[in-house]
Design a protein. Structure first.
Length: 487
């Protein structure tokens, strides 16, 4: 078969790589590996089950959740029978998700996470076209659905697959700008459909740029909801035959990275920042001398660390990331120079995916630098004409509370913790140190600490990870006015 659609591309890779491992993931504390043949079997089972449920070419089948192997199987099964996949990032608020499901008239929804499943089921009356909500967890319900198409001949699956043309619609993507609370939201919840031909062309382009091959192992932290990340983090890797490792805890994957020993990491800058912070937290468990040694020799201010450090210490640091990591491919917002330098000092090649986005603004660069600080979880910088830069900071409460306890500062209530004079001095000193390397007209003048994390549900963050500063400013007018010195 020629690669005339995504489904035939994958079937050809099954034939080519058959017994090699194509996917790996952790279940019940154990690593499971699937060969290409085994992945193909799961996709065929799900495709026959969708046929049994009456899914026709062009019908919408939705997937709502995080990056996991089951969502990849459903995606490829949907495409293999000529249906259209609506991919919704798991961080989308429920209201946005329901609107996308309603407007696309999706008939089947696969969802990960019990809480998401319950919330959608509670709103089923608003979705007249939705016939089934199926959990993506490896549960009895998902297994039963996979088995439900056994009465459908396998020949029907391949007949559907062969009829898919390059101009057949393949995917719809949830619009990351959709936010009912935001003053900047877009009224249309989904972008235009992507055809099989468009996606095949994108796969070919990315496959040429991807620094990987069939012998590589890729740990994919990218969310598979947005179009770019889905093509890069799934379809292009399948085209070149790279083994994909799926995380079970995208918020804290450092342990799984160490165990799976990837050679390639696909990530958004925000996720790489979290990895760096988890490493720093683990480092805090070492002796003061060890911390000093590592921090000094990994500092961007040091041109060349001693040979003894490179020979004896760096290999141990690399082991925290599996010991085999060679390349990191980034997509999205700017990355702090400090974090970039950290991975480069480990001998990891950093490559940013080309985008049509403009050069990062002063605000975006400042936010990246602030997020690189272990004491900071999130930062929203504001810049108004004729006024100085100001910032709302969401502390990294795990790190802050641990440091506060070491100084015998009460941590029972976040509001009282953040109003503590010593805590405020820590953050003021942090801003002062960062300001020292900035031009005078690019320095931050004031800061305020927030006791609550920014969230997708509250509309402050838009998937995959974009701050909605206009909405944040609308929610915190008094704090921002106070920083500007207004009444």
């Amino acid at each position: 078969m020629s690669d005339k659609n995504l489904a035939t591309l994958f079937q050809n890779r099954i034939y080519r790589h058959g017994s090699l491992v194509g996917m790996s993931y952790k279940q019940d504390g154990r690593w499971l590996e699937l060969s290409w043949h085994e992945i193909g079997q799961r996709i065929k089972e799900l495709g026959r089950a969708l046929l049994f449920q009456g899914v026709e070419p062009g019908h919408r089948v939705a997937v709502y959740g995080e990056n996991r192997p089951e969502s990849a199987w459903v995606d490829l099964a949907t495409l293999s029978i000529g249906a259209v996949n609506l991919s919704i990032d798991g961080r989308h608020p429920l209201s946005s998700t329901l609107e996308m499901l309603r407007r696309t008239e999706s008939s089947i929804l696969f969802v990960s996470g019990k809480e998401r499943e319950q919330k959608v089921n509670a709103e089923r009356s608003k979705l007249p076209a939705l016939r089934h909500v199926i959990s993506l967890e490896e549960s009895a319900a998902f297994s039963a659905f996979r088995s439900s198409g056994r009465s459908v001949p396998a020949s029907r699956f391949f007949e559907r697959l062969e009829k898919i043309e390059t101009d057949s619609p393949a995917l719809l993507f949830g619009d990351t700008r959709l936010n009912p609370n935001s003053t900047t939201s877009n009224s249309d919840p989904v972008v235009c459909p992507q055809t099989h031909g468009m996606l095949l062309s994108a796969c070919e382009t990315f496959a040429k740029d991807l620094p990987a091959g069939p012998t590589d192992t890729c740990f994919s932290l990218m969310p598979l909801g947005p179009a770019l990340e889905r093509v890069l983090g799934l379809y292009s890797l399948l085209e070149i035959g790279t083994k994909i490792v799926f995380p079970t805890d995208p918020q804290n994957p450092l342990g799984e990275i160490k165990e799976s020993q990837p050679t390639l990491l696909l990530s958004l800058p925000r996720q790489l920042e979290m990895l760096y912070h988890h490493f720093c937290e683990n480092l805090a468990e070492h002796s003061r001398f060890s911390r000093y040694l590592i921090e000094k020799n990994l500092s961007p201010k040091l041109q060349d660390p001693p040979k003894s450090f490179s020979r004896f210490v760096l290999p141990k640091i690399r082991q925290q990331f599996g010991g085999k990591l060679e390349r990191i491919l980034l997509s999205g917002a700017p990355l702090s120079p400090r974090i970039r330098h950290f991975f480069q000092r480990m001998g990891v090649t950093m490559k940013e995916l080309p985008t049509d986005e403009k050069r990062p603004s002063l605000v975006e660069s400042w936010e990246a630098d602030l997020r690189a600080e272990p004491l900071i979880n999130e930062a929203s910088v504001f810049q108004s004409p004729g006024k100085p830069l100001v910032v709302l900071i969401v502390p990294n409460f795990r790190v802050l509370e641990k440091r506060a306890r070491s100084e015998r500062i009460q941590t029972n209530y976040r509001e009282s913790l953040l109003s503590n004079t010593q805590v405020q001095k820590w953050y003021s000193k942090l801003i002062e140190d960062l300001n020292s390397s900035k031009p005078i007209d690019s320095r931050i003048a004031r800061l305020e600490l927030l006791p609550r994390e920014f969230s997708y549900e509250e509309g402050e963050i838009l998937p995959p990870y974009t701050l909605d500063r206009d909405w944040i400013q609308t929610k915190h007018p008094n704090l921002i006015s106070r920083m500007y010195g207004m009444k």
